[in-house]
Design a protein around this ligand. Structure first.
Ligand SMILES: Nc1ncnc2c1ncn2[C@@H]1O[C@H](COP(=O)(O)OP(=O)(O)O)[C@@H](O)[C@H]1O
Ligand SMILES: [Mg+2]
Length: 601
């Protein structure tokens, strides 16, 4: 499966300009989402500055306690000691209280940001056109909504806070040390070089592993989703063993990448500890000599040792931030990639209200190809007067469904125009078009909910009486009444599971209640057995009465209710006439029809 393409899944193949563009796009998205929260963001930063400041005051207060408080106490004056100990407690409690405020606020901001992103991704992907969904698999969309969002969440919830706190902590610690005893800061300066070198190595070594582990985990999700979505095919072709094998390979890749990441930590962590210990040792030793010489007081030495030791504690977090920043920016690139996709079908800028009256459909000079560029319809012309019932027949792959989808505007033609009532489809607002044209396919998808809710999909404000009337009209009422809870039966619960034929009838009721001017049935009776189809024949007449209809069907019995038959071959109409004319002729329909009649006896 290809992981490449649309949204920068594989950055190794990207040019510099492209990487830059991706980064700019991610940043713009981030800015856009953070902007409404900027006041709270600034307030949170102020809180963290004070919290870290109070934490860093600790060792200095300890030094004061030892060097000032203690001698005074030896003289019988306990006041300085009490004051200093009191100050120590107050800063300690203050730092803790502010930390709790900070945590609460920052989590609230990051949750708001993720909430917003989740909604945006969902709404946006739903709006994108069919051609997007054909090239962007559902597994990848799910990876965007799950693992990418949670990676970003990790950064926002922990990473950013660690970065800000860590940097402030190190800066304040260095500042305090310089104020207290600049000479003791010297070993720290000496430690900078090895720390930077170790961190540099770490970030380079871990970057690839982190990226790998993220890519591998996304692949796991994708393969999982695709195997489960295609579970019927998996079972009927006994693909389980092969799938398990490929999945096992992917799981192994993931484990290996994670193992390597952890191995890198296993080197980096001890390196930091060693550098830290040496630095502390140098401060202690040099300080001890200076205490002996009377250069500094013992409390100052203690504080210098504490500061030096503390200085190293956030470094690992900072290196981690770098990683989680890397992963999150990769995730953000992909998310912003999806959000950047524009629906291929633009709504008109200033749509005039439209409601189809005649239902006349016309193709003129239409050429069309799917994403792959192979021309499916070459210069297609067709006029369907309002109210006509047209049957479209022809071999599989002839282009019948493509014609249907162009009328429903799932796609726009590459050349030429499709019109409804003489208006070009792109000039009609999407919601108006949906009200005027309904396409019913064999798929007959049922959403979770009751049967009546599924019918009401065609007209959300329909009354129960209307729902029943629609079901009666298409011959679905009887079987619905026989369900455990009738119209209220949940289609996902035991006993509510509908057969393919029953789902088809529900989808007819849905179309009936929507009452469109133009109705297209694409193999919509294919799941029905012959008796049910007979039943539906009657319903179909009611369903099709007074509208323009395009029926695509294999069973030629369905075709008999048509006023006109079009035979398609390789994207062209090769025969056009009334059922009687074509049956009695010598053409393709006549031979199809006689073959069909033969098959019945
Ligand atoms: N989503 C798609 N992407 C690329 N090619 C497609 C797609 N759908 C259909 N085609 C191609 O377009 C041609 C016509 O398909 P279709 O209109 O579905 O035929 P029919 O409905 O008559 O069986 C076929 O060659 C098919 O391979
Ligand atoms: Mg088809």
């Amino acid at each position: 499966m290809s992981m490449q393409g649309v949204s920068g899944e594989d950055r190794s193949t990207l040019s510099k300009d492209e990487s830059k563009r991706l980064r700019r796009r991610s940043f713009a998205l981030l800015l856009d989402i953070v902007k409404p929260h900027r006041r709270r963001f600034i307030a949170t930063m102020v809180v963290v500055v004070f919290s870290v400041g109070m934490q860093v005051a600790g060792p200095a207060l300890i030094a004061a306690g030892i060097d000032r408080g203690l001698p005074a106490a030896q003289q019988g004056d306990f006041t300085p000691l009490w004051l200093i100990v009191g100050g120590f407690l107050i800063t300690g409690f203050g730092a803790a209280a502010l930390l709790s405020v900070y945590t609460k606020w920052s989590i609230a901001i990051s949750q708001d940001i993720m909430h917003e992103l989740r909604l945006r991704i969902f709404a946006h992907t739903q709006r994108l056109s069919m051609s997007f969904h054909e090239k962007y698999t559902s597994g990848r969309i799910i990876a965007r909504q799950t693992s990418d969002i949670s990676t970003l969440g990790e950064l926002l919830n922990g990473g950013v806070g660690n970065l800000v706190q860590g940097v402030l902590f190190m800066a304040f610690t260095t500042g305090a040390l310089l104020l207290l005893d600049p000479w003791s800061a010297l070993p720290l300066v000496g430690a900078i070089l090895p720390v930077v070198a170790a961190t540099w190595w770490f970030s380079i070594a871990s970057r690839r592993e982190f990226r790998n582990s993220r890519t591998f985990s996304a692949r796991l999700i994708i393969q999982f989703v695709e195997s489960m979505a295609g579970i019927r095919a998996v079972k009927s072709f006994r693909r389980e063993a092969i799938n398990e094998e490929t999945y096992a390979e992917k799981v192994e890749d993931y484990r290996e990448a994670t193992r390597r990441t952890i191995a890198i930590f296993g080197i980096y962590d001890p390196m930091l500890k060693v550098i830290g210990s040496i630095t502390v040792a140098v401060v202690l030793l040099a300080g001890a000599f200076r205490v002996l010489e009377g250069g500094i007081e013992i409390g100052v030495l203690l504080a210098a040792v504490l500061y030096t030791r503390n200085f190293f504690s956030p470094i690992e977090n900072l290196a981690m931030f770098y990683n989680s920043f890397q992963s999150a920016s990769a995730a953000l690139e992909k998310i912003s990639g999806v959000l950047e996709e524009t629906p291929a079908l633009e709504d008109p800028a200033q749509p005039e209200a439209f409601s189809s009256t005649t239902g006349a459909v016309s193709f003129s000079g239409v050429s069309f190809s799917y994403n792959d560029g192979v021309e499916v319809l070459p210069r297609f012309d067709l006029d369907i007067p309002g109210g006509q019932i047209v049957a479209l027949v022809g071999a599989t792959g002839a282009g019948k469904s493509t014609v249907a989808k162009l009328v429903a505007r799932f796609y726009d033609p590459s050349e030429g125009t499709v019109t409804l009532d003489g208006r070009e489809l792109p000039t009609i607002a999407d919601q108006d078009l949906r009200r005027s044209v309904v396409l019913v396919t064999q798929e007959a998808y049922m959403f979770s909910g009751s049967v009546s809710e599924n019918i009401r999909l065609g007209k959300p404000d329909a009354s129960f009486a209307e729902v029943q009337k629609a079901a009666r009209a298409v011959g679905a009422h009887d079987f619905i009444e026989a369900l455990p809870e009738g119209y209220d039966t949940d289609v996902n619960k035991r006993g509510g599971r509908l057969s393919a034929g029953q789902r088809q009838l529900v989808s007819f009721a849905r179309a009936f209640i929507a009452d469109p001017r133009v109705l297209i049935l694409d193999e919509a009776t294919a799941s029905l057995d012959i008796p049910s189809e007979r039943l539906v024949q009657h319903g179909l007449k009611t369903l099709l009465a007074d509208r323009t209809a395009i029926i695509i069907a294999h069973r030629l019995s369905t075709v008999d209710i048509a006023d006109r038959i079009l035979v398609m071959e390789n994207g062209r109409i090769v025969e056009d006439g009334s059922p009687a004319e074509l049956r009695s002729g010598e053409g393709r329909f006549a031979s199809l029809h006689s073959a069909w009649m033969d098959s019945l006896v």
